[in-house]
Design a protein around this ligand. Structure first.
Ligand code: WT7
Length: 643
């Protein structure tokens, strides 16, 4: 078939898993799940090896997600200590700073061990212990890795909050998991700009009385006011030893919370635990990317998202990889930066988001072709559907036709890749994440929940648990069950639509719920709406996704103003700024239309289908509008569409 890329010969011969190997793994996982998973689990170092594997149930009566429950391990020891004897002097972490004129930093596993132990002792000295929540609001600096792994070492639960979130969003996340300690920096840097992280924490702290300690890493050296609760990290670190025993943890002890947007206004704290999560991060990193010792692995995500957790830190480090952490932006100082970093550090595998590729693609090929890139062997993508045009550009121009494209479908909730190619085993089709990984059981269903066989399109479910599955919504097990396990009883509902072709390949079509995927990041429409209606001039707001050439989806907001308020461009930009300040830049609407009224049914329900169509510019097929309370509002919306 013209649009199928067979496994290249070098991969067919040399990969860890070949076509037969992938099929065999999948067959073993089906035939003897317990034997299969207990065997896979042996890739980790256990203090007490597990004797049980999956004990989960998706049924309401005995609902629980539980894996390897009698095993004990320490996640940080798996990522660091166990590599010391044979690869202690190998580089674990390469840090590439924002400014290309600055020197990169390298940490061997031995150096990482010292840094993490020191950070762990600082946290301990501040009274942090097993099960306590630590909020980490740091830029992409090595200390972010140290802080995360230090929590894992002492059994504290980290909650990393992306540095682009506002003080308000940060305060909500600190409060929700009741963390008394925040780790931050004076400032962050990205693309030559400064981000006032400490000032944001100060603003958040006013809303969180329970926040008693802020540890500040000196990153840029900016002058920041230090209050009673604030301590400099370098001062605390000077007083502690670089020796800190790793806390033995039960496999099901929590490792981290990561907040993600859903279809309600309040982000949910996705909880991952220790054994199953680490196994899934490590196993999928090996299956999908075939890492070999000495290679340089680069996941160009931010540590504030799950991709950064699983594929900058936990997966690669558990596998003894050299992982690269990049502080900067793909487009700064110019659109060549990524490829220069690839050359500078001889990167073997690059893992990034389609949105970054589209942004670079439009700058032209010269930025790419001016660089060497011969170190690359594989190219990965994650976060949103990749359009075939961007896929081909990645394959043909970036990889010069040599590197398979590993398109991984997964979610914050899944912990790691679920549907993805293995380079030695899977023929590729541009735009398809290909096949479920061994042990992953997807199903497509129609609206009624009838399972669709063969080539079909429907909603994507996962019918049984896998080790990396989230365990609960922090503090709200009922919300966990209601959100994911009640739409289709007995299965996990992903929120994604999906098509399966005649070869059994999966093609994710996007979210079918009220979640927008902006530049590979999730944003709930309800969250943006709540922010808009907080503005004193706004009466009502409705937010939908719209196609966006670089971001994949953009945010389109319809706003009804209070009586007597004049709609003008100044107010429009004020409202966009308002959302940016309330939530963060990623939530800022790309288009904002003033709407005298919204299309509602007679019972008052907003008809989002119509709003989506108008936002898409598809006004010829609005469907039946006769059930609307006031059909005339649609004409106004169509006439005043923006963009
Ligand atoms: C949503 C999850 C996966 C980590 C980063 C995003 C979409 C993710 C793909 C892909 C098509 C994808 C889905 C999913 N998505 N990867 N390869 N192809 N869509 O994690 O913020 O939890 O978002 O991202 O819609 O549900 P997230």
């Amino acid at each position: 078939m013209a649009d199928t890329y067979p496994v290249p010969a070098v991969w067919a011969e040399g990969a860890r898993v070949d076509v037969g190997g992938r099929a065999a793994l999948s067959a073993q996982a089906e035939a003897d799940p317990t034997g299969f998973w207990l065997k896979q689990a042996r890739r980790l170092d256990w203090i007490v090896p597990p004797t049980v594997a999956d004990e989960s149930s998706f049924e309401e009566a005995d609902f629980d997600i539980r894996w390897f429950a009698d095993g004990q391990l320490n996640v940080a020891a798996n990522c660091i200590d166990r590599h010391l004897s044979d690869r202690g002097d190998a580089v674990a972490l390469i840090w590439e700073p924002d400014d290309p004129a600055e020197e990169a930093r390298r940490y061997t596993f031995r150096a990482l061990h010292q840094e993490v132990n020191r950070f762990a002792n600082v946290l301990k000295a501040e009274g942090v212990g097993k099960g306590d929540r630590v909020t980490i609001y740091l830029p992409m600096i090595p200390e972010a890795a140290f802080a995360v792994l230090a929590c894992a070492r002492i059994g504290a639960i980290h909650s990393v909050v992306f540095g682009g979130f506002s003080p308000d969003a940060l305060a909500g996340r600190i409060t929700d998991c009741d963390s008394r300690l925040v780790v931050t920096a004076d400032e962050g840097r990205r693309g030559g700009k400064r981000i006032p992280l400490k000032a944001n924490v100060d603003a958040a702290a006013e809303r969180v009385p329970g926040l008693t300690r802020v540890i500040v890493v000196r990153a840029t050296g900016a002058e920041v006011p230090m209050a009673e609760r604030d301590r400099w990290y370098h001062e605390l670190a000077a007083d502690v030893s670089a020796d800190c025993p790793a806390e033995p943890m039960a496999a099901e002890d929590p490792l981290f919370i990561l907040y993600t947007s859903g279809s309600t206004g309040k982000p949910k704290g996705v909880l991952h635990t220790s054994g199953g999560y680490l196994l899934w991060a490590s196993l999928t990193h090996e299956w999908c990317f075939d890492y070999r010792p000495g290679e340089v692995w680069w996941c160009a995500a931010d540590i504030g998202w799950v991709t950064g957790h699983s594929y900058i830190l936990y997966g690669p480090l558990a596998n003894g990889a050299t992982t690269l952490m990049f502080e900067g932006l793909p487009t700064w100082p110019d659109a060549s930066r990524i490829w220069q970093v690839v050359d500078r550090h001889q990167v073997t595998t690059l893992f990034t988001a389609p949105t970054a590729l589209r942004a670079l693609m439009k700058e032209g090929d010269a930025f790419v072709t001016a660089t060497d890139r011969s170190s690359l062997k594989l190219l990965g993508t994650v976060g949103e559907p990749i359009n075939p045009e961007a896929w081909r550009w990645y394959h043909d121009v970036v990889g010069a036709g040599r590197c398979p494209i590993i398109d991984t479908w997964w979610q914050t909730e899944t912990g790691g890749a679920m549907i993805a190619p293995m380079p030695g085993a899977t023929a590729l089709k541009p735009g398809s994440a290909t096949l479920p990984l061994p042990g992953v059981a997807p199903a497509l269903v129609d609206e009624k929940g009838t399972v669709l066989e063969g080539a079909a399109e429907g909603n994507l479910l996962i019918t049984r648990s896998w080790p990396g599955q989230m365990r609960t919504v922090w503090g709200d097990q009922d919300r966990f069950f209601q959100t994911y396990f009640t739409t289709y009883r007995g299965s996990y509902f992903t929120g994604d639509g999906c098509r399966r072709d005649a070869d059994g390949y999966y093609w994710i079509t996007g979210r079918v719920d009220d979640v927008i995927n902006v530049s590979g990041h999730r944003m709930g429409t309800a969250e943006v709406e709540s922010a808009l209606v907080l503005h004193p001039k706004v009466a009502e707001a409705a937010v939908v996704g719209m196609p966006h050439v670089v971001k994949g989806q953009g945010i389109y907001a319809y706003v009804t103003l209070n009586a007597g308020v004049a709609a003008d461009d100044a107010l429009r930009s004020e409202l966009v700024q308002w959302v940016r300040r309330e939530i963060g830049a990623i939530a800022a609407p790309d288009a904002l239309q003033f709407a005298p009224g919204l299309p509602k049914t007679r019972s008052g329900k907003i008809m989002r289908r119509i709003l989506r169509k108008i936002a898409e510019g598809d006004v010829s097929s609005l469907g039946d509008t006769s059930t609307l309370a006031d059909p005339a509002v649609v004409d106004d919306l169509v006439a005043n569409r923006v963009g």
